[in-house]
Design a protein around this ligand. Structure first.
Ligand SMILES: C[S@@+](CC[C@H](N)C(=O)[O-])C[C@H]1O[C@@H](n2cnc3c(N)ncnc32)[C@H](O)[C@@H]1O
Length: 212
């Protein structure tokens, strides 16, 4: 299996930062906060929802989503065992462990069943991948017809171009709005929309409903 760059010290410190108050402050005041967009997608899915978090990290969004799904569940996948360890510990502390299932796998090949998810989302992961199309294709495979996708990631700008570490070890991103729209459309998503939220691009789309 591939290895995550978020292991060892980077995983330990990164996982704490990504789930901690400093990140929340940075996103709110400097970078912009993609959470309200994801919260809207969660609210649009009624009942016993199955959501998949591709690149769940230390659980920052997965726990917020799980808290809003009393009858549902979140399936979180990540390559980093350190991130998964931190996510599991946070879920236990918040009493959400039963709603969060964590799997160590690649976001491009999760091993989860096809067509079982109502919502697939991924935050701050796409730019780290050598093959972004693989994430979009996996999201499409995982969703039931009519299911919804949300992918948020850094937008390309002068800063991200000058900061190779932001790209991760193999990352081909970050991408501009036109590229993100093209990726989502190429994977088969419909009703694709790309919104700017501070420094983030938030892409939403729908998997076509099957024949009635
Ligand atoms: C910047 S962190 C974001 C974590 C989380 N989504 C968040 O917003 O807090 C990126 C995460 O993507 C994971 N990741 C990167 N490439 C991956 C891949 N190919 N498959 C699974 N996880 C991957 C890393 O291990 C890391 O946990």
């Amino acid at each position: 299996m591939e290895r995550s760059t978020w292991e060892g010290l980077k995983g330990k410190l990164g996982g704490r930062f990504l789930a901690g108050p400093l990140r929340r402050g940075l996103e709110r005041w400097l970078l912009g906060d993609p959470w309200p967009c994801l919260e809207r997608e969660v609210a649009a899915c009624p009942g016993a929802v199955t959501a998949v978090d591709l690149g769940v990290g230390s659980g920052y969004f997965a726990l917020r989503v799980a808290a809003r799904l009393p009858q549902g569940r979140v399936l979180g996948v990540d390559l980093s065992s350190e991130m998964l360890r931190q996510a599991a510990a946070r879920a236990r502390r918040r009493g959400l462990a039963e709603r969060l299932t964590l799997t160590r796998s690649s976001v491009t090949k999760t091993g989860l069943p096809s067509g079982a998810a109502d919502l697939v989302y991924s935050n701050n992961v796409l730019h780290e991948l050598s093959d972004p199309g693989g994430l979009w294709a996996e999201a499409h495979r995982l969703l039931r017809p009519g299911g919804r996708v949300l992918v948020s990631d850094f937008q390309t700008n002068a800063l991200t171009r000058l900061a190779p570490p932001l790209r991760g070890a193999h990352g081909a991103g970050p991408y501009g709005a036109a590229q993100l729209r093209e990726q989502a459309t190429a994977a088969g998503f419909q009703e694709v929309a790309v919104r700017s939220v501070g420094r983030w691009a938030v892409v939403t789309g729908v998997k076509a409903a099957g024949p009635a």
